[in-house]
Design a protein around this ligand. Sequence first.
Ligand code: C5P
Length: 224
Amino acid sequence: MPNKDPFVVAIDGPSGSGKGSLAFNVARELGFHMLDSGAIYRLLALKALQLGVDLDDEAGLVDLLDVFDIRFEAGDELAVPYLDGVDVSSELRQEATGDAASRVARHAKVRQGLLGLQRSFFRPPGLVADGRDMGTVVFPRARFKFFLYASPEIRAQRRYKQLINMGLSANIAQLQADIAERDERDQGRSASPLKPAEDALVVETSMLDLAQVTELVLSHIRGK
Ligand code: C5P
């Protein structure tokens, strides 16, 4: 009997667990589209910061969704994010933007307001979606669900390398503190807290490199 669920591969996990790079590799191998849902929260946070909307003001943030003009264009590696027609790649990856995004992401009405936009990224032949609640809330019927774990120390090291490679400045102790704070906020919030879906395959990536995690995930998908 054909599986009627949309062919979505959901990849969730905490900051720096390697979701983004894994999602990129898996999408490339399968010829699928991609949704970087964290980038959407980051773009909304950036918009709020630009317009001076308080990150605790849920109604003010929801109002921003009416004038939320974003798009992603194919780049050499990752997609290039545009906010109001302007390339915001470097601002988007800053730790300060990630921190602001996790504050924006606490609000249930904001999360609700972003559901349709996130789901609209699905296109045949399939979608690889990465974030915190892809398998639990946004695509609960995803065909495959993975949840990545890695220790906070390893995640801080990975984030450090990523930022340095992008030509941005970084401080490892600060990154560890930021990651711990962000984990706490993402796991402790009442709206879609970060947790594995019941039917997700949990992958501990601390001792694995990206190629090994990619291989593991692809063989799981292809083996089914
Ligand atoms: O993955 P990334 O670090 O870009 O996400 C930034 C923040 O956006 C996260 O710390 C999290 O609070 C929030 N987020 C979320 N749900 C998602 C993706 C990201 O709450 N699906």
